[in-house]
Design a binder for this molecule. Sequence first.
Ligand SMILES: Nc1ncnc2c1ncn2[C@@H]1O[C@H](COP(=O)(O)OP(=O)(O)OP(=O)(O)O)[C@@H](O)[C@H]1O
Length: 294
Amino acid sequence: MRAIATQNLTKTYGKHRGISQVDLEVQEGERYGFIGPNGAGKSTTIKLLLGFLFPTAGTARIFGKDCVKSSDTIKRVTAYVPSEVRYYRNLTARQIMKTALNFHKMRWDSLADELIDQFAIEADKKMEEFSLGNKKKVAIAAALVTCPGLLILDEPTSGLDPLMQKTLFDVLQKRNETGMTVFMSSHNLAEVEQFCQKAAFIKEGKLIEVAKLSHQEREGKIFSVACPELTREALEGCGAQIISQEESAWRFVYRGEMSGILGLLSHYNIQDLTVRNIDLEDKFLSYYESGEGK
Ligand SMILES: Nc1ncnc2c1ncn2[C@@H]1O[C@H](COP(=O)(O)OP(=O)(O)OP(=O)(O)O)[C@@H](O)[C@H]1O
């Protein structure tokens, strides 16, 4: 079963672009990242999934249910943690978690206490007394306490200190192991790379790529080589894709067998050499700096 499926999903704000023809597929149980620069269309997509906005064209489904027609049913199996959390000032953290439970016709139980403990929440303090990061922790606990099948997070770690970021991903990992699907939009590429199995890249409202993030599926290595004699012809002849050259310093991507490039380099007097996996930041920069779709 697909937790999220959108087809041709399009939203315009009057004459302004929102998103255009987005086809997204997230399988049940997946940990999925949603990446794009400011204004790319991440929040618009999330709001369409949650039924906060209606599409101009196309469809969005969660667990097979249409996000417009079955918005109420979807809200019962989906939880959402926004990037910036706003609550009524005079509610306590406990009251907010209870409200979430009431909405799902659930009772306060040991899980609620456990979440308060894990996220070090001062449960009887009012929202007006909470810092931004502490409000975020309440939002996370209120989302998790309802045991959603799908958790959608917008910038999940914004406002959280490093210890709480770790707690969050530990808790998400455990929930994911028992079946919860996680869909998170983030500007923090390292956290997406570490936690998610797949990531979709959105640019100017269009989905431009879905990347698998498991280590086996990495697409090549980045070489940085210092060598005055090396030539563009030699590198390209071997299948390298040059990223930059400054005097004798070369940076290139190599996707072939290692023996090929190492065989070539062994003929040169190499002054320095580093090799590393392509990471999400490389991909992000290549998609978004180049001005091209891919
Ligand atoms: N209410 C609105 N009225 C007009 N245009 C809007 C509105 N909301 C979003 N947009 C436009 O839709 C496009 C996508 O915006 P969106 O907020 O979805 O991007 P985003 O990827 O979430 O950005 P960020 O990372 O900055 O939060 C942008 O061009 C934005 O200007």
